[in-house]
Design a protein around this ligand. Sequence first.
Ligand code: 4AD
Ligand code: MG
Length: 465
Amino acid sequence: MSETNWIPVSQARQTDAIGQRVEVRGWVRTRRDSKGGFSFIELNDGSCLANLQIIADQSLPNYDTEIVGLSVGSSIVASGEIKASQGKGQATELIADQVRVIDRAPPDYPLQKKRHTFEKLREWAHLRPRTNSFGAVMRVRNRLAMSVHQFFQEERFYYVHTPIITASDCEGAGQMFRVTTLPLERVPTRNGQVDYSRDFFHKPAFLTVSGQLEAEIFACSLSRCYTFGPTFRAENSNTSRHLAEFWMIEPEAAFFDLHDNMQLAERFIKRLLSDALHHCAEDMEFFDQRIQPGLLAALELVLNSSFRHMSYTEAVKYLQDSGRSFEYPVQWGHDLQAEHERYLTEELVKGPVILHDYPRTIKPFYMRCNEDGKTVAAMDVLVPHVGEIIGGSQREERLDVLQQRMAEMQLDEKDYWWYLDLRRFGSVPHSGFGLGFERAVQWITGMGNIRDCIPFPRTPGWAEF
Ligand code: 4AD
Ligand code: MG
């Protein structure tokens, strides 16, 4: 198929296409045969939410044999001239002088007129990108991915590729997927223990939960870097905001303190928002109308106000004074639950809030200890509807304090010798954070479930495709 005059539907719908002879290619969304001896075909090729209206006249040689009765889901290639449309809902239409039917979809094509639930559509991960909602999510996701790179490149961060297979547990939460070539049905042992010398890497290996520790190496050399890659968590969380495989963006910067880190996070989030609003206006309008009414106004408001900062200690006070009876009681030193985060961001602040300085006992070993001896320089960004989208901190750059922390948490220094080396050879204060990409997509699109914000979700009991 020559590329000579092919254009995507998104372009064919623009008035400046009027008068052009073009070819369009895609899938039939609807077809209506008019009494006047022609058919309207609504064509979608995924380049935008809207369809292109194609007028196929009965004078076409295959009109009676192929076009009348052309089924939803069929693939076609049509060529002709783009004209100004008289009808409502579109500025242009294609007057076809050829419609080639590439493949007819039989009547059991699942995406007929009936609207399916998102749950049902997840079972058809191979077809759901052809729906309005999922197509829109994927276009926004694409745009956001590009904005991630643009933003960090403009901020002079270098993109580094951190490993997917790793031997270190960054978050220390023990929620890692194992990577092994040992036969599960007959695991070799020595002295009653698994004999890892026979395994591929000669030691236990896992899928990474975060690229942070490796990113720190590059922050302590290239000064500023970021990762953007898949991360894996084997937590058995069946919620609307957890995936077993998700993408994370992790900037890491030398000579950066917690305050710099919070500023960077706010600039970054606002950039993602404004790019989605400006570059995906049609899709965002759709989410506002069909998925989450009021979304656009809420996002505009975020864009035009400063993020509220609140210490963990203050947050606990607000929660305790709220007069709410939460399912999980609020107590200083305990992790905040989703219901607490929702109260803070949706009801108290009514917008994003950056919580900082959490109790050291509930945070990983790498976070910098504060002078009070009780808290660490941690930060979480919470947003309405999704909760935590960013987790980050200033890192402990003092060798002795870090060693003490690791001992407290019963981590073996031998496993982190290189991480400790960074504190021995020209250590610098540095900070970073991780943004869960799908949670950002979920927040910005207003989608109710994170499983609909990634092409192929992996969750407990689900790894189809
Ligand atoms: O808060 P987390 O666990 O932080 C880290 O992994 C740090 N090492 C990041 C850093 O400082 N470089 O995860 C960061 C973010 C969360 O705020 C959340 O948005 C997302 O990753 N996330 C998940 N997203 C989807 N499904 C899950 N199971 C997620 N777990 C975390
Ligand atoms: Mg976190």
